[in-house]
Design a protein around this ligand. Structure first.
Ligand code: SF4
Ligand code: SF4
Length: 78
């Protein structure tokens, strides 16, 4: 099931992507689609450095049974 791009999910994402070292180090907020990558797709920032990922602790990932993590780099595995 695809993750809906809702204000509720964005608020949850802010707590997890928002505190992620990859998000902060690469200033992903400044590139489209800013956050909620599991719903909106990968970040437009192409040279991002991987500093870890909080997605697997996120309730959105758990609710939609998302696998893989690092959704700013690649789409959830099917
Ligand atoms: S998708 Fe994962 S790696 Fe990317 S910013 Fe969010 S928590 Fe960090
Ligand atoms: S699974 Fe990752 S990209 Fe999706 S809402 Fe949670 S922290 Fe954000």
């Amino acid at each position: 099931m695809k993750v809906p791009d809702t204000p509720e999910n964005l608020e949850i994402c802010k707590q997890y992507c928002g505190t992620c070292p990859t998000f902060r180090e690469n200033k992903l907020m400044e590139s489209e689609p800013h956050a909620l990558f599991c719903a909106r797709g990968v970040s437009a920032k192409k040279d991002a450095v991987n500093k870890g990922c909080n997605c697997m602790d996120c309730p959105v990932a758990q609710k939609y049974n998302l696998k893989g993590g690092w959704f700013c780099f690649h789409a959830p595995e099917e």
